[in-house]
Write a new protein. Structure first.
Length: 403
């Protein structure tokens, strides 16, 4: 059985599969938690009111998804899933009748898994449980990509519980249920000094105007605008992944350019990278700012393998922008920088140019899961930063959020 980390995905070849979740202690898991499989359309909303399969409603209206075994196993015939269903999400919630304060963090282990129809293990996603204060979770999902099914480890939690999860899937109005990160996640972002929700950077990944950025840039925003010297438009949130700090937006008028991801090997230790973004909310000017540096580590803070470290100077507002290689292809999404003041208070030293980006492989998996056909290319010879910056001005935008 292959083990996945949050954000990773793998193709699924079997037509009939079983998807489920287990936890430890076993008896507590069965008593305190309940699982469901949600059938979703391309827009991320439940296809109909019968789109939630659980112990209470053990079968989808078309029969392709069935609750098979208590407490949390689902049999799925992928060949029979209607074309209107783009994703099948595996969700887990704390039972509503339990006392307040019962969260996923009280368990020793929670694992989402996939097997073939005969029970042969295929994929496993062990959920990281440190500082988990949520009471509802999208654990994993099966999704269509270019006519084939894939399995993705998600791990997106909701501290507001089942109502917030229902709002996320369009079952109730989301305006009444603002969702905020757990205290552990908020503290992690403060320690890393991530750019706040007022301004940030994004970049266009599809000609239809899909824009990728960080989730923390647009979190809780009621109005989102994009600006650049060559373009202005309004943005709407299409899909959010708070766990991996990614968000997909769509512009009402598409930017003139599209970013290309790098095919082939991921970013290499020591290679040159370029950051293009809009730091400090326009205090440095209305145009994009360009900095260069190197990949200094292939591991992020706390040995997080989803991130990499680089030395190109960044400021608040760079969050969500592209990290480009020497040929201008995307190898990461700028996400945070080390808080120099706090580290100085802790160690007496002042860190310099310690910045982090989400690896492109994770961002590509996110786009695949949302059905966006991003573009990619094999990088050629290194180019001048001036040429990369001129090209990037067509697809990099400043994001402005109003609460």
């Amino acid at each position: 059985m292959q083990e996945l980390q949050a954000g990773q995905n793998r193709p699924v070849d079997a037509g009939r599969v079983a998807m489920g979740v287990s936890g430890e202690p076993d008896d507590e898991f069965a008593l305190r938690l309940q699982a469901g499989a949600v059938l979703l359309g391309q827009d991320g909303r439940m296809v109909d009111r019968d789109g939630l399969v659980s112990a209470e409603q053990p079968r989808s209206s078309d029969g392709s998804v069935q609750f098979a075994r208590a407490p949390s196993e689902f049999q799925i015939d992928l060949n029979a899933v209607p074309a209107s269903v783009a994703r099948i999400a595996l969700v887990l919630t704390v039972r509503p009748a339990l006392p307040r304060g019962t969260t996923f963090g009280v368990f020793n282990a929670i694992r989402a898994w996939l097997t073939d129809a005969g029970g042969q293990p295929l994929l496993l996603f062990p959920l990281p449980l440190a500082s988990r204060g949520e009471t509802a979770m999208i654990l994993a999902e099966l999704y269509r990509y270019r006519g084939h099914w894939k399995f993705r480890a998600v791990g997106q939690g909701f501290a507001a519980g089942l109502p917030a999860l229902a709002a996320h899937f369009g079952f109730v109005r989301s305006e009444a249920l603002p969702e905020r990160p757990s205290s552990g996640e908020a503290e992690r972002r403060r320690a890393l000094g991530s750019g706040g929700p007022a301004t940030g950077t994004g970049f266009c990944v599809h000609p239809d105007g899909y824009v990728l950025t960080n989730h923390h840039v647009v979190e809780d925003a009621r109005e989102i605008l994009a600006r650049s010297p060559r373009h202005r438009c309004a943005l709407e949130l299409v899909f959010a992944d708070p766990t991996n700090d990614l968000a997909l937006l769509r512009a009402d008028v598409a930017p003139p350019g599209v970013a290309l991801f790098r095919d082939g090997p991921q970013a290499r230790l020591g290679e040159i990278v370029v950051v293009v973004g809009y730091p400090l909310g326009g205090l440095l000017g209305s145009g994009p700012q360009v900095t260069t540096g190197n990949v200094s580590s292939l591991i992020g803070p706390g040995d997080d393998t989803r991130s990499l470290q680089f030395t190109a100077p960044t400021q608040a507002g760079n969050s969500g922008g592209p990290l480009l290689d020497g040929d201008g292809a995307v190898v990461g999404v700028v996400s945070s920088k080390l808080n120099a003041i706090r580290i100085h208070e802790m160690t007496g030293d002042v860190p310099q140019n310690v910045n982090f980006a989400i690896k492109a492989a994770l961002a590509r998996g996110f786009l695949e899961a949302t059905g966006v056909d991003y573009r990619s290319r094999v990088s050629g010879n290194p180019r001048a930063a001036t040429a990369i910056a001129a090209e990037a001005q067509d697809f990099v935008v400043k994001i402005e959020c109003r609460g």
